[in-house]
Structure formats: C-alpha cells, structure tokens
Ligand binder design. Sequence first.
Ligand code: SF4
Length: 393
Amino acid sequence: MSTTLISETNRPTAPASGDGLIMLVGLGRKEIAAHLTELEPILGIEPKKVRMRTKQLFQWIYNFGVTEWSQMTNIAKPLRAKFETVFSLERPEVIERQVSVDGTRKYLIRMGPGIEVESVFIPDVSKTGALCVSSQVGCTLTCKFCHTGTQKLVRNLTAREIVLQIIIARDDLGEWPTTQENRKLTNIVFMGMGEPLYNTEQVGDSLDIICDPEGLGIGRRRITVSTSGVVPEIVPMGARTSAMLAISLHAANDELREQIMPINRKYPLKDLMQACRDYPGLSNSRRITFEYVMLKGINDQPWHAKQLIRLLKGIPAKVNLIPFNPWPGSEYECSDWETIETFSDLVNSAGYASPIRTPRGRDILAACGQLKSESEKMRASEKRKLEQQTPES
Ligand code: SF4
C-alpha cells in the first residue's frame, strides 16, 4: 500500500492512525463529508458528488463493516486507491477480550495513549443481546457501590470512541452486515464507565451514527441511556435522542440515597422524579427503568420497597433489581436471595414489573458496577517507558 502523508495545511483535526492517515471508522456523515471536501485536491471529488461518496463510505463502514478498501466494490479502483492514501479503516486495539462462563464478553479497548475503555456484551437480553458501552474514562461521581466510581475521570469519550465500541463488538460477534438475520447485538445500554449525561453532546452525536438506518441501524427504542440523576440534562437528552431512559436509583429516600450516591445532594429525589415525569414520550409502552442494586441491610427491607412504590407513583416504570456484584475493596454485600425475592414481590404486586437481574460476567468482573480500566496505571507505566526511552541530556 502506498501512503501519501497529508500536508500540515490539509490535515484535518480528526484522529490519525500511526501512519498519519485519517481514521474514518467511528465518524459521522458530516465529518466524512467534511474530509472529502477538504481533501478535494488529493481525492478529486467534485462538491456535487460529496454526498453520494459519503453515503457509499458510510454504508461500507457501518452496514458492511468492511476492513479492506478492495471490499468497496461500487467505488472505482482509482478512487479507492486515493482513499487508501489518506484514510484508514483501522479499528482501535483491543487490549484484552475476556469471555465469561455465561457467554458475557468484556472488551478492553485502547482508544489512545492512556485512554482505555471497557464495554461488555451481554447475551440473552431482550431475547437477543445488549452491549453495555462506556461514555467516559473513569467517572467524576463516586457512587459507593460502583467500582468505576473509584477511578478518577480521565476524560469524556468522543462520539467516535463510543461508536467504535459497537464496531468492535460486531467484529467479534461476526455480525456484519446489518441486514444479517438473527443478530445478537440488537440493544445498546449506556451503563458502562461514566455518567453519560456529563457528556451529552458526544452521546447524542454517537446515537445519530448508531441509529442511522443505512449503517448500524439500531433503533432509538433499543438504546437506553442511564443516569445517576443529572436532573437538568434528563429532559433535553430525551428530546435530543429519543432514547429510553434508565435511572440509577438504588434508594427511595434522600437520606439513604445521599449516602450511596453523593449526587443526590445536588439533585434530590423530588427534582429527579419531576424530570422523570417530564421525560419526552413517556407512556406505558415507553417506561423508565429504575435500577436498584440490592445491598444487604442497607436498602433491601420491605419498608424500602414500600417507599420505592410511593416514589414511583404515576410514573410508567419498571424496576430492575440488581444483586450487588462485589469488587475488590467494596464495602457492601449482596442481599440474600430470599430478601431480594420478597422485595421483588412487593414491588410487583404494586403493579411495577421488577425482574431480578441475573448477574452476568461476574467471573470476569464484567457485571454491573464492576467496570474499571487501568488507564491511570497505564499512563504511569507508559510515562515510565517514555522516560526510559528518552536519552539523558
Ligand atoms: S454508577 Fe455510574 S455515575 Fe455512579 S460512579 Fe459508577 S459509573 Fe459513575
């Protein structure tokens, strides 16, 4: 492959691969079109053909998942050869791929130096499967039950980096093209590392790419954005994305919720519930999911369940009961099975579906609240490596 490096003046701001090529995978239509326009001197694509060429590239990348230029059979060879000199179809490196005994798959992906994210494919969700994606590296919040909360925020992920998590999972599952029947990855949940509503712009942009019917083609109703309760962003996010909403609730009174989730001090339950009532498109067929982790002796008693029922009054809701997944150093224990069942029965009998979520991927620390990458450590070790490589002055 011949490589023409792009001159500094022509170099767009998009991420470049090691050899200076623009990495196309993960970019949206607008960005692809901008590159085609900007690179007209090299590619020779007339302005009136930019839209058509963008569509072709978009479909090859997101519908067919191609990794070779030669696979783009409706683009003439000479143009493909030019594309090859400026663009790359490369994916980020998967540093680690673990498969649980229950079929859950966890990917640790390096998006850049010191930027490592985890995503988890969970089979048998909604009859098919869901990919749990990260929206930040680390998190600014410190929910006490969550392993990610112990990892300081490194940075927000870009829309491209969110989309790449799906591409990697589709590669691994062999689920190209989008039209393939019986695909397992049909749902996306923003429940990985980070608080998506502290990164709303990039999350919104990523959904535009993920949901595009000519690409990955995942319907907006199959996408759930979960928040710990960033109240001011809840309604705007719903209006922008039409995604389903999940609230990481875990306690039904302010005193307890403040202990478990410090964000409750800023946005108390009254405001959070109001934002839920105002969520666009809410109906019995578009219910809000309330996540409730079962912590032994903390939030799992029948009176907690009754408080929860009162709190949810008037909101089309479903409650997901999550047996707590321990992680190294965690201060909680999981409630007993019997206690969880009693809790579930109470909530159920009040008219709210309250399935007990089967813990998935516990053996590979891929279960809910267990994700944590080694970004901080990596940065330190990479720094050391760099220092070793730098000759003494
Ligand atoms: S539950 Fe979500 S918001 Fe809370 S610390 Fe964990 S990743 Fe952050």
